[in-house]
Design a protein around this ligand. Structure first.
Ligand code: ZN
Ligand code: ZN
Length: 341
């Protein structure tokens, strides 16, 4: 049996001492006097570890303290209790109560530090503020000007997608939206983002895409650096339009991966059309240009409406089970009025 050389207690010893004498006067855990915590002056996210994160200021301060806590070799930290006291908006006093395990004993230590908030700009914000972009998404129409409704819908879709992707990947952001003659350009932070959005839009609208690369310089490690342009050429037809197919009127009711779904206006039967045949569709009436007709009465399989131009009462066929309101959308195809479901 060994004895503590200092107090003489009969105990398993370390360096000739019992555990109490060994720990006596030792600083088990320590923190620097000041810890600087960077906050992005633009997005207000905090730089914790190697990442920029959205955090409550006190939580960010705790994370910064945890990263800087040093304990003596052999000690395993089990928990850290922290009390954060705001001294002013840039200085936070943090008292840490550390509990750990050392040589089979539970030990505790108290230490304190001041977390100082330093303004900086994160990489994403500095890139965004500097109009950094790697890819351009060009939305154009196949014929004339891009339909304003489609333009707004596309911009909204791209914004929503980037917002949800950007919340998990900081490299993703929208740099700029520019209206240009014939359409709209969206400048994007990454090439892969441009590629995937161009594909998504092509699938949704049955659009054609083309890509072009432009060498813009060299990266720091000497590789060629490119900027990519993704042209998304919207077809003339859009969801909800009345189109002519094999001489008959249809409503375009769906587009998926470039393939279309049509509903016949004379029999309300559904037809699929392959992407390779989509170009044969002729737009008869744009969705926004469909006429409204007032419903006079409803009977099985038919309704009576006021003709949108001469206000005579006419019968039009409706699909079985259709819910008919006070007005309905109709299309005038060669002087025949069709109900548009
Ligand atoms: Zn002792
Ligand atoms: Zn930022």
């Amino acid at each position: 049996m060994m004895f503590c050389v200092k107090c003489g207690k009969e105990e398993i010893t370390f360096d000739g001492l019992c555990i109490d004498c060994f720990l006596d006067g030792k600083q088990l855990a320590s923190l620097p006097q000041y810890i600087d915590l960077e906050r992005c002056a633009s997005c207000e996210e905090f730089h914790v570890g190697h990442r920029w994160l959205i955090r409550e200021i006190t939580e960010a301060a705790k994370d910064a303290v945890e990263n800087k806590l040093a304990v003596i070799p052999g000690m395993r930290v089990m928990s850290i209790g922290m009390l954060v006291t705001e001294q002013d908006e840039k200085n936070f006093l943090v008292n840490a109560d550390v509990e750990g395990e050392l040589l089979g004993n539970i030990v505790t230590a108290l230490c304190e530090t001041t977390v100082r908030i330093k303004n900086n700009v994160c990489q994403r914000c500095s890139r965004q503020l500097g109009n950094y972009y790697e890819a351009t998404l060009q939305i154009r129409s196949g014929t004339k000007d891009l339909d304003q409704h489609i333009r707004d819908e596309t911009v909204r879709y791209v914004r929503d997608r980037i917002e949800s992707m950007g919340s998990v990947n900081r490299q993703i952001f929208l740099t700029k939206v520019e209206e240009v003659p014939g359409g709209v350009d969206m400048l994007l932070s990454s090439i892969s983002l441009g590629k995937s959005l161009a594909k998504e839009l092509a699938d949704m609208y049955g659009a054609e895409t083309k890509e072009a690369a432009k060498l813009i310089g060299k990266t720091n490690d000497g590789n060629d650096m490119y900027r990519l342009t993704y042209l998304v050429r919207m077809p003339e037809y859009h969801l909800g339009d009345v189109v002519m197919h094999n001489g008959m009127p249809y409503k375009l009711s769906g587009v998926s991966k470039g393939n279309g779904k049509l509903i016949g206006l004379n029999d309300f039967r559904e037809t699929s059309i392959r992407s390779s045949d989509m170009h044969s569709l002729k737009v008869h009436t744009k969705k926004d240009d469909l006429k409204k007709a007032t419903v006079v009465s409803i009977s099985k399989g038919e309704i009576q409406i006021l003709h949108p131009s001469n206000y005579s009462t006419i019968d039009v066929k409706v699909p079985s089970g259709a819910v008919i309101g006070e007005t309905v959308d109709v299309a005038d195809v060669d002087d025949v009025i069709f109900y548009v479901p």
